[in-house]
Design a protein around this ligand. Structure first.
Ligand code: G6P
Length: 616
């Protein structure tokens, strides 16, 4: 989704804004622009369609735009095609207000009609131009300055927005405005930054303010003042970011995705360490930081997990694990569907929302719906201070660190680890698993980082396979039970970054239609880690082979017999069957990655996709 940056300080703003935007490239975009101001001179604006490098060239790395305050934007088109006119910043007719925006103004057509009646003209198809001109309209109508104009505009606008604004009458300040879209403010001596996400400002400061919903802020060099919708000044405490600046760099890897794949053992270990404690003679899972009590867990009658994309796949895996270990009925819902249903929730239920960014619009809406029904909520979130983390009753933080590649890897793995810990804990406090089994599962959990590391060490074989199958058009991923949920993730990794059509099927369902698509040479990737289901999935694979399918198996090292059936085998270390998705995902991530590289694609920034989907 769109990325916003802003700067007020003593340095050249344009260079800082371009660098900030480059750190937000992972969000996905199709055009970019800057607005910079030098003292009381006019605001200069530069916009380009396409990659950020074009804006960089056009402004000679920012040199053609001198000035110490400014705002910048990468756009992911919602209203109006990607074009220079539709790119942000947008400017009011006489240049009084300049603005950038992330989100969707749902009633923009109604507001646009009103402004046209008042004599305004529009040069773009965007809702953002309408928002900027609404601010201009109220500024001129009441003559009470930016606070009043912004607050009145916020009252009129429906939808979601994070905005950066500049007023030509106020040369030393920029404004940050927020409702339901992410926006943070970073402050250090003599400099203030705004950004859609932490990596854009991590290099400069770790002191960050999370601006609340329906709040806005005046930003001056080294200072920030917050206001509520009534224009009253409010106080917000800063948060110290713990991520290191290096964490948002490639660190010698060709792509962020590969770096993040390799960070999984560490990220899973950190996440588990944060949840597993030891006293003198035993280990135990400590969820006290989340505020979720044993009593609540004991009284649960049902859990609903809501999420989008890969986080939904985590929910699918967790469903099997929680139901088996804790005997609590679990439903898993796509957040975009859940939010428009009339779910039966309430006392005795827990809604878990899983989200790396903590800002996904549908997941946030699902959380709010759950809260409205009076149901207790738990957010499993990676980004500290994000909207879901702030609004959920309880928060379980994954410790993946910043994830930059659009296709998630380490966040997915840490989410799985967090949900496993929850399942084991629930099984124990509800008396479904004995103390001995509890200790066994804790041991097995702590072996996962090493198992992931071992799975990583086999990447050359996968690279070769990808190079040999670069022309593949369709791939099928199959599995049963937890292996099916892992197949869902493997298939998503394949299609989202390599653009190869792929589908994941529950192996037993294949015969109900999909098998007719298997042709000579079609790769069928079977995941086989569940001891009771191994032979059944293998039979389904053999059925595909009989129709020309090329069989790839992802299975545990003890299953050497598979070499008699599969054309290509990826062995993984054996772990407790509940937790295998953490390991089976690794070769599948690598497969998607190498397929994308073999096809010469932009692994970290796949076409049309955005990392953080902050609109519906
Ligand atoms: C996007 C990303 C996915 C992610 C999904 C949910 O589609 O590309 O990798 O799984 O959003 O994001 P969240 O931040 O809520 O986990």
């Amino acid at each position: 989704m769109c990325g916003i940056v802003g700067y007020a300080g003593g340095k050249d703003a344009a260079g800082i804004l371009l660098e900030g935007l480059s750190k937000l490239e992972y969000r996905g975009y199709d055009s970019a622009g800057l607005a910079v101001r030098d003292g009381s001179g006019p605001v200069s604006v530069c916009k380009t369609k396409g990659r950020l490098s074009r804006l960089y060239e056009k402004t000679e790395g920012g040199k053609t735009m001198p000035g110490h305050i400014g705002i910048g934007h990468t756009r992911w088109a919602t209203h109006g095609e990607p074009s220079e006119d539709n790119a942000h910043p947008h400017v009011s007719d006489d240049g009084l207000v300049t603005g950038v925006h992330n989100g969707i103004i749902e009633n923009y057509l109604e507001l646009k009609d009103k402004l046209i009646r008042k004599g305004y003209c529009f040069y773009s198809a965007t809702d953002t131009e309408v928002a900027v001109k609404m601010v201009d309209y109220y500024y001129k109508k009441y003559g009470l300055g930016p606070i009043d104009a912004i607050a009145k505009t916020m009252v009129r606008m429906r939808g979601s927005y994070a905005m950066g604004l500049m007023f030509s009458d106020y040369p030393d300040e920029i404004w940050a405005v927020r409702k339901d879209s992410p926006l943070i403010i970073g402050v250090k001596d003599g400099e203030t930054f705004i950004a859609s996400d932490v990596p854009a400002i991590l290099k400069y400061t770790k002191k960050v303010y999370y601006i609340g919903n329906l709040e806005f802020a005046r930003i001056r060099p080294g200072e920030v003042t917050f206001y509520d919708l009534n224009g009253e000044e409010i106080k917000i405490e800063p948060t110290e970011i713990t991520w290191s600046a290096d964490a948002a760099e490639k660190d010698g890897y060709e792509h962020f995705m590969m770096k993040e794949i390799h960070e999984q053992p560490r990220a899973v270990k950190d996440t588990l360490h944060s949840l597993i404690a030891k006293d003198s003679d035993r280990s135990f899972i400590d969820l006290s930081k989340t505020g979720l009590t044993d009593e609540t867990i004991r009284s649960l009658e049902g859990i609903t997990i809501c999420a989008c994309g890969s986080a939904w796949h985590v929910g699918m895996s967790a469903q099997y694990v929680i139901e088996d270990l804790a005997r609590i009925p679990v439903r898993v819902e796509l957040a975009s569907e859940f939010r428009y249903r009339k779910p039966i929730l309430g006392k005795g239920q827990l809604v878990i929302v899983i989200s790396q960014s903590g800002e996904t619009a549908d997941s946030l809406a699902a959380l709010r719906l759950a809260k409205e029904s009076g149901t207790e909520t738990l957010g499993v979130v990676n980004v500290v201070g994000s909207a879901i983390a702030r609004e959920a009753d309880h928060v379980l933080y994954t410790l993946a660190g910043p994830e930059i590649a659009v296709a998630t890897t380490k966040a997915y793995s840490t989410q799985l680890a967090a949900l496993y810990a929850l399942a084991v804990k629930a099984g124990h406090v509800r008396g479904v698993i004995s103390e001995e089994q509890y200790q066994y599962y804790l041991d097995e959990l702590q072996k996962l980082p090493d198992a992931i590391q071992t799975a990583l060490s086999r990447k050359e074989d996968i690279q070769r396979f990808a190079a040999e199958h670069v022309a593949t058009k369709d791939v099928f991923f199959i599995g049963r039970n937890i292996d099916y949920t892992s197949a869902l993730e493997g298939s998503l990794k394949m299609k989202e970054i390599s653009y190869v059509h792929s589908e994941a099927y529950a192996a037993g369902e294949l015969k109900h239609g999909t098998i007719s698509l298997v042709e000579d040479g079609t790769p069928v990737i079977g995941i086989l880690t569940q001891p009771d289901l191994y032979e059944k999935t293998l039979s389904n694979m053999v059925e595909c082979k009989a129709r020309g399918g090329y069989l790839v198996a992802v299975t545990t090292e003890d299953r050497q017999d598979i070499l008699n059936t599969a054309d290509f085998v990826l062995f993984i270390p054996k772990t407790d069957p509940h937790f295998t998705a953490s390991v089976t995902v690794v070769p599948q991530q690598l497969l998607g990655y190498y397929m994308s590289c073999s096809r010469g694609l932009d692994v970290d920034k796949p076409r049309n996709l955005a990392k953080s989907v902050t609109v519906e």
